[in-house]
Design a protein around this ligand. Structure first.
Ligand code: 0L1
Ligand code: MG
Length: 262
């Protein structure tokens, strides 16, 4: 690590304050170019500690930047991992207040819910599918705290991978009941299809994103506990939204989920 504890705490406070006051900021590597990966995840951990200290609960984990479309959109080449707290949850068909966010975008994702612990290293698609209770449609609302979504990977990891809100819905399906590589998705904005794709866009198979998360946590001595919700990453590029927009995600064989921006 290259940053001291005081700097990590100050950067976590800066990023979380941006989230809480809907202010954007420049990327933190502009100020700390020598920051390394451990520093970046330490800042994310400090944001989590601050939220837990205020009484929030962790309700999910996420993999991000797992599709070529997303990597190309953001000009990066490696997946990243983050968490969601209970205040990020939007009920199916519910409202998301744009005034609480900076510049939200939505991503069509496949969400996994596990029934057994996943612990890396060595996790692969097989171990993930064996440990999965069910999969279901999920829309992630991302809201980078960085100006114009301009960041590098370390800055975005520190910013908890732009996590902001999420909605789940539709018809949960056994992971064995579908070929998650060929499962098709359509995301509609105000009734018009705006993004299409198939599960294979996510690292060849969405379960590979969950395995990558388990292996990432394993390297840190952590695991994905049984009963976890995990968003496997956007299948397409993220789509910008504003107040008045209705977003619906339809996933083949799993029904649909939706969210309204007000
Ligand atoms: O969930 C994601 O793929 C987002 C990761 C962070 C990058 C971004 O803000 O687009
Ligand atoms: Mg995402």
């Amino acid at each position: 690590m290259n940053l001291d504890l005081q700097t990590i705490q100050a950067l976590a406070e800066r990023l979380e304050n941006c989230q809480l006051t809907q202010q954007d900021t420049t990327k933190i590597t502009d100020d700390y170019p020598d920051m390394d990966w451990d520093d970046a995840y330490a800042i994310q951990d400090e944001i989590r500690r601050r939220k837990l200290a205020r009484g929030l609960r962790i309700v999910g984990l996420k993999a991000g930047l797992t599709s070529h479309a997303k990597m190309k959109q953001m000009g990066v080449s490696t997946p990243v991992f983050g968490f969601m707290t209970d205040d990020y949850t939007v009920p199916d068909g519910g409202e998301c207040k744009v005034s609480e966010l900076i510049h939200p975008k939505v991503e069509p994702e496949i969400a996994f819910v596990t029934k057994a612990e996943l612990r890396g290293p060595g996790c692969h698609i097989g171990t993930v599918l064996a440990a999965t209770d069910f999969v279901l449609p999920g829309i992630e609302v991302i809201d980078s705290r960085y100006r114009d979504f301009k960041f590098d990977l370390k800055s975005v990891v520190a910013d908890n991978t732009s996590a902001a809100r999420f909605v789940l819905g539709g018809q949960p399906m056994s992971a064995a009941g579908a070929d998650l590589r060929t499962v098709g998705i359509v995301m509609e904005k105000n009734g018009l299809p705006v993004a299409f794709g198939a599960g294979a866009a996510v690292l060849g198979h969405p379960a590979a994103a969950i395995a990558a998360l388990a292996n990432h946590l394993g390297a840190r001595g952590e695991c994905i506990p049984a009963g976890s919700l995990i968003l496997s990453g956007g299948i397409t590029e993220a789509v910008s939204v504003q107040a008045g927009d209705n977003i619906t995600l339809r996933v083949q064989g799993m029904g649909s989920t939706s969210i309204r921006f007000v």
